[in-house]
Design a protein around this ligand. Structure first.
Ligand code: HEC
Ligand code: HEC
Ligand code: HEC
Ligand code: HEC
Length: 199
């Protein structure tokens, strides 16, 4: 009798603890298998990556070429690409996959399609990636509780030379002249706004 009760107690105990424990373990394993876990939830829709005409798929040429890992300036092709992006520490194949040129890869080696290049950028610019997802940096469109569209980092930043070039300021606008305006009549901040926004 006592043994049976004990067994029953153990069983309910097990129902309470063993099953959740197994589930937690299983979730842990699944999480590790997907290494590193994909960034969360909402679907990220992006326009096609901004490739030059005819350059993609890269494997049209690279499929039959041996990857060349030596750091050098390119002469036979891509002569327009000059790295100005932490270039002392980095070279092409840190971002582009050596064996499958049609994709990028993360520091972990995980391959990432060009449509998800923001994940690569986010490895070093985590704060910007967070802001970008939140719609604070870059451009986000869509529904507040539904799918959202984003511009890729690469739509605005050249990944090889991401710094924006300074834009020369335009000359100040001419203030509009009003025929009937008496001197001193509208000397408020409004006046200044009207001059810059006006016309
Ligand atoms: C910081 C990571 C990074 C490095 C380093 C890098 N690239 Fe890229 N590269 C990218 C990304 C991201 C794109 C995709 C741009 C897009 O979405 O169109 C790209 C695009 C390209 C393209 C397509 C350009 C076009 O005109 O459409 C070529 C070719 C290329 N890279 C070659 C190179 C070469 C050669 C080097 C080394 C000299 C290099 N990349 C270094 C990230 C990198
Ligand atoms: C028309 C053929 C052609 C296409 C298309 C092409 N490449 Fe290349 N690529 C070359 C050649 C040729 C070289 C070697 C250039 C040299 O050594 O001066 C090269 C070199 C590179 C290198 C330097 C490393 C290496 O293995 O030599 C990278 C990185 C690279 N290409 C990336 C890309 C990416 C990314 C794309 C697609 C977005 C692309 N290429 C499309 C012909 C091409
Ligand atoms: C491996 C780390 C790494 C990755 C990956 C990386 N960056 Fe950078 N990035 C840096 C470092 C370090 C600097 C600062 C040094 C420099 O500007 O050369 C920088 C600078 C920048 C800047 C500021 C330039 C300036 O001086 O104003 C921009 C914009 C930028 N990166 C965008 C990108 C984008 C877009 C991607 C993805 C295509 C990317 N980065 C991927 C490390 C990285
Ligand atoms: C809609 C265009 C757009 C998109 C998309 C975009 N950026 Fe930017 N980014 C800018 C502009 C504009 C600046 C400011 C340039 C300046 O002040 O010189 C900037 C600045 C930066 C800087 C330098 C900031 C600093 O504090 O100096 C980094 C790094 C950067 N962006 C990374 C990213 C990354 C990573 C992504 C993608 C996750 C991204 N950006 C997406 C337009 C964009």
């Amino acid at each position: 009798m006592a043994a049976a009760a004990f067994q029953a107690a153990r069983r309910t105990h097990c129902l309470q603890w063993c099953i959740p424990a197994v589930l937690v373990l299983a979730a842990g394993v699944a999480g590790n298998a997907q290494n590193p876990p994909k960034p969360p939830a909402e679907r990220v829709e992006v326009p096609p990556p901004p490739f030059s005409d005819g350059i993609y798929p890269c494997s049209n040429c690279h499929g039959s070429m041996k990857p060349d890992r030596t750091r050098r300036s390119l002469e036979a092709m891509h002569t327009d690409i000059v790295l100005k992006h932490d270039e002392e520490h980095r070279w092409c194949l840190d971002c582009h996959d050596a064996d499958n040129r049609d994709v990028l890869h993360l520091a972990s080696g995980e391959r990432v399609p060009f449509e998800e290049s923001y994940r690569l950028c986010g490895q070093c610019h985590g704060e910007k990636l967070r802001d970008w997802r939140a719609g604070v940096h870059g451009r986000r469109t869509g529904n507040w509780n539904g799918s959202k569209g984003y511009l890729l980092c690469a739509h605005c930043h050249n990944p090889h030379q991401p710094r924006f070039r300074a834009i020369a300021p335009k000359p100040a606008p001419h203030p509009p002249t009003r025929p009937n305006e008496s001197a001193g009549a509208r000397k408020t901040g409004e006046d200044r706004n009207e001059k810059t926004h006006g016309n």
